[in-house]
Design a protein around this ligand. Sequence first.
Ligand SMILES: [Zn+2]
Length: 244
Amino acid sequence: MEIITFVIIALVVVFALMLCFCLAVASFSFDNYYEKLKEIDQKRNSLGVSTLEYVTELNKNHFDGKLQIARCAEFYDNYSHGRVALSDKTMASNSLASLAIVSHELGHAKQDLTSDKLTKHWRLIKIGRICGYFFMPIMLAGVIVSVLNLLSVLQGLVFLILGIALMAVAFLIFLFACVLKHKEIKIEKEASNFAIEYLNDFLMPPEVEVCKDFLKSAELTYWASLFRTMFSWTLLTRKCPMFR
Ligand SMILES: [Zn+2]
C-alpha cells in the first residue's frame, strides 16, 4: 500500500473515532446535567439557609454588599453587569442545586469585578453574532461560484480565487465560533472553581462534593456545545447557535 493511501485511511479512522466520541458526549451531557439537577434539587443544605440568605451573606463577605440582587423569571437565574438576578423560587429554595447555581453566578461576578475577561468575552460574542448572520450566505456564495467555475460557466482565475476566498472567510467565521466556545469553557470552569470556594465557606465537605459533581456535569454541556458547533457541518449534531 502506498504511504499516502495509508495516511488517508488513518486520517479517516481518526476523524470517525473523534466524531463518535464528540457525538456521544454531546448527547450524554445534557441528559446527565438535568438528571443531576433533579437529584440535587431534592437535597436540602444542612444549614437550612435559603438561597437569598446565602447570596446576601456572600455579597456582604466577598463583594462589600456592592452586588445588586434582582428578581427574574424561573430558570433565568443569571449574573450580568454587577447584578445577580434570581427567580422567586430560587430565592426561597434551600436546595444544594440552587446554592451551586447561584455560587457559579457569583463566580462570574468575581470574574467581572476583578478582571475584564467577561466584558471582553461578551464583546466578542456580540461581534460573533453579527458575523454569524453572514456565515451561510458567504459559504453558499463561495460554493456556488466554485462549482460554476469548475463547470466552466464562470471562467477565469478571478472566479477561482473569488470562490476560494468566500469559502475561506466562511471558514474563519466558523473557526471564530469554535475559539469563542473553547474560551467560554475556560471562563465557566473558573466561575465554578470560585463557586466551590464560596460553597466551602458554608457547607459540609460531603455537600460540597455533591455540588462539585453537579458543576462538573454543567461544564460538560459547554464541551457539548463546542462539539456541536465543530461538527455542525456533518448534519449529525443537534442544531446549536454558533454564537450565544
Ligand atoms: Zn456560567
